[in-house]
Ligand binder design. Structure first.
Ligand SMILES: [Zn+2]
Length: 368
């Protein structure tokens, strides 16, 4: 894959193109935008171009040649001058106490050993070196301060890209040393076209495009889960529209066990990422589905069902809207956000979902 194959981030690609063509390439970039919109894929293609030994120009677009030994090595994921940095690398740092850690933040040991030390070493294969740091929003203050000098004066021909979903989490001193390239959500049409081309049914593709709010990476990942994520969401709405107090424990157990199945599938699809991180994300997807159903229910009668996230289950949304007044929906959405915060704080997830579902069932009973 080359930079010209990035089909959903024209503005970001254009910024990089102009810098490359003018040969005024900043040593440090921040790719800023939501999760799953192509930041890492673009950083890889950008790295491939920076490392390519004979870049080409096609239709006025500079790109990697795809043929030189650097490009071939890159494609086989074995380029020694391309470094991907992520927090789970803590296991491979020199301090043996780090071996079993599952870090929440991007620790200084990783930054020191995999960026600051490596950036000083001469390139092995190409004329340059590229460092791509995932989840830069998790760089703690200590790590950012350690990185400042490298960002300001990186050795010649070293390029650093920080991938970041929350720009505010980075210190002003870090931000000011990098050129910021913005990545926006991907349009619904592009996500549908992309997933349809991979054989996903249009209805599922449209739902995923809306649920993930334009995160093409997340939407694509969700199509690969076993059991089917789309099947789970349909069951969830069925159960939600029919839930009664007596179902609460059973429903909460179903969510916990289904989230555990999704976690296993997710871990298989994305090896190397910490299981506790993925488990948290899988639970939060359930919360996200609750929020989408409540948001749709609030819009019942105001917008056409076809415009909703859950456009494919209009009956269920109608029932939910009948059960909960808009004010109650807003309250329940607030409860959902609280639940998300509990998940981040690693509170016992079964109790969290029981608690959340009790809020739903209580109001249903009061209304009856
Ligand atoms: Zn090449």
């Amino acid at each position: 894959m080359n930079l010209s194959d990035i089909f959903c981030q024209d503005r970001a690609v254009d910024t990089l193109q102009r810098a490359f063509t003018a040969q005024r390439i900043p040593h440090a970039h921040i790719f800023s935008g939501p999760q799953g919109v192509g930041k890492f894929t673009t950083a890889r293609c950008w790295g491939k171009l920076l490392l390519c030994k004979s870049p080409i120009k096609k239709n006025n677009f500079a790109d990697s040649c795809g043929k030189c030994d650097s490009c071939r090595s890159f494609e086989s994921d074995s380029h020694p001058d391309f470094h991907h940095i992520y927090k789970e690398l803590i296991r491979y740092t020199k301090d043996s106490q780090n071996k079993n850690k599952t870090p929440v933040e991007l620790p200084i040991d990783v930054i020191r050993e995999f960026v600051i030390e490596k950036v000083q070493i001469k390139p092995i294969f190409s004329a340059a070196k590229v460092f791509v740091v995932s989840e830069a929003e998790k760089l703690n203050k200590e790590s950012q301060n350690a990185l400042l000098k490298t960002l300001e004066e990186p050795p010649d021909k070293s390029f650093i890209v920080l991938l970041c979903t929350k720009l505010d989490n980075l210190l002003p001193t870090t931000r000011s040393r990098c050129q910021i390239v913005g990545f926006g959500p991907v349009s619904e049409e592009k996500i549908i076209a992309h997933l349809s081309a991979a054989g996903i049914n249009k209805q599922e593709a449209k739902f995923l495009a809306r649920l993930t709010a334009g995160s093409i990476g997340q939407a694509e990942l969700f199509t690969k889960f076993e059991p089917s994520f789309y099947g789970i969401k349909k069951q969830l709405l069925e159960r939600l529209s029919g839930s009664r107090l007596s179902d609460t424990v059973d429903f909460a157990q179903w969510i916990s066990s289904t989230a555990a199945q999704l976690t296993d599938s997710w871990c298989e699809l994305t090896p190397g990422i910490s299981k506790s991180d993925i488990s948290r994300q899988a639970k939060k997807i359930f919360v996200q589905m609750f929020i989408s159903a409540l948001n749709d229910a609030m819009k019942q009668g105001i917008v056409e069902p076809a415009e909703m996230v859950n456009f494919d289950q209009p009956q269920q949304i109608k029932i939910i809207a009948q059960k909960y007044e808009p004010e109650k929906c807003a309250e329940l959405i607030e409860d959902c956000f609280k639940t998300s915060r509990f998940i981040d704080a690693s509170v016992n997830e079964k109790l969290i979902f029981e608690h959340l579902l009790l809020n739903f069932t209580d109001s249903a009973i009061i209304k009856i």
